[in-house]
Design a protein around this ligand. Structure first.
Ligand code: ADP
Length: 322
């Protein structure tokens, strides 16, 4: 046992040396930036900007305690906002953080830490995903080879199964290409739990009441989310639908419903997503297995659509795991 511990310590020291060398290399590559290099919370050395979100900037950073790269997402509250708006933004962020921090799974982006930087800025520290997100991938290559798309969707479903096997089930509710990231070896990971819903035990898997409409991204949402005149009952089947839209998009290079329409139009025009059967373009050629799988995910009637745990058993997904 002692030997194992010693080996572990040795490995740790080696890793540490490797990471410090890497940090020095980055410093040498771009000295000017390094000089006024910010260290957040006495721990995270900020490197380059990775991307910008709605109210955030995401930086690659180096964790000087764990010796690994991380992504620091800096959320800035707009100074112009009313106190009420700031408070609501913070409440929303805390809720998202509380859901996300407890999720530990290979196909879900880890959230390691969060802290306040100043009165108007806070930071969440995420697992660093060095690959592009699926949105960027699809902008570059709108149609993916079926084998690749199949592996990506199977990995996403492994993450969804985890969300559904927890005591408190979670509906992601915002599955879309921008929320699927890839790590440095190309493993797909789901992120962004800002719109996620927790399914209380009482509600069971039958569904739950949606207290507010919750925005979401309309191209990826199922018909039941557009029942504007009554409070829709939703379940994990929302994510099944969104995953079907994702797979369709990866294989055909466009979204199945309302591809050329604006979000507003989709919301206004009932017929775009509701009462619509999925139609497959004749090109490119896609296997019947894939089409069948997509059809099952995009079952119009929520009651007939399989839930996450059921469809995750599908041979289409298990094949891809091998
Ligand atoms: P928002 O949710 O506020 O719109 P995003 O989560 O989309 O912000 O982040 C903005 C950009 O930052 C993304 O497009 C992506 O390129 C990058 N990014 C976000 N999270 C990570 C991460 N964990 N690892 C690497 N890059 C990331």
């Amino acid at each position: 046992e002692e030997e194992v511990l010693l080996r572990e310590k040795e490995r740790y020291e080696l890793e540490k040396g490797r990471h410090i060398r890497e940090l020095k290399r980055i410093r040498d590559e771009d000295g000017s930036r390094f000089n006024n290099f910010q260290i957040l919370n006495h721990r995270y050395a900020l490197l380059n900007l990775l991307g910008k979100g709605g109210f955030s900037e995401v930086y690659k950073a180096y964790d000087l305690v764990e010796y690994r790269y991380v992504a620091c997402k800096l959320h800035g509250l707009n100074a112009q906002w009313s106190e009420e708006k700031k408070q609501s933004y913070i409440r929303h962020a805390i809720r998202e953080y509380n859901i996300h921090k407890s999720l530990v799974h290979n196909h879900i982006v880890r959230l390691w830490d969060t802290f306040e930087i100043d009165h108007n800025t806070f930071c969440t520290v995420l697992e660093h995903c060095s690959g592009r997100d699926l949105d960027a991938v699809l902008k570059n290559t709108p149609i993916l080879p079926e084998k690749e798309a199949r592996i990506i969707i199977a990995q996403i479903f492994q993450g969804l199964v985890y969300l559904n096997k927890r005591l408190q089930k979670i509906i992601h509710y915002d599955l879309k290409p921008g929320n699927v990231l890839f790590d440095d070896v190309g493993v797909a990971k789901v992120t962004d739990f800002g719109l996620s819903k927790i399914v209380d035990d009482d509600a069971g898997s039958q569904g739950m009441e949606l207290t507010s409409q919750g925005a979401g991204t309309y191209w990826y949402l199922p018909p039941e989310c557009f029942e504007l005149n009554k409070t829709p009952l939703i379940s994990s089947k929302v994510d099944v639908w969104s995953a079907g839209v994702l797979l369709f998009q990866m294989l055909f290079g466009k979204r199945p419903f309302g591809h050329d329409q604006t979000q507003e139009r989709i919301l206004r025009e009932d017929t775009i997503i509701r009462a619509r059967k999925v139609e497959f373009p004749s090109k490119p050629t896609v296997s019947n297995e894939a089409k069948d799988f997509i059809r099952r995910c995009l079952t119009y009637n929520q009651a007939e659509r399989p839930d996450v745990l059921t469809i995750a058993q599908d041979a289409y997904l298990s094949y891809a795991k091998r």
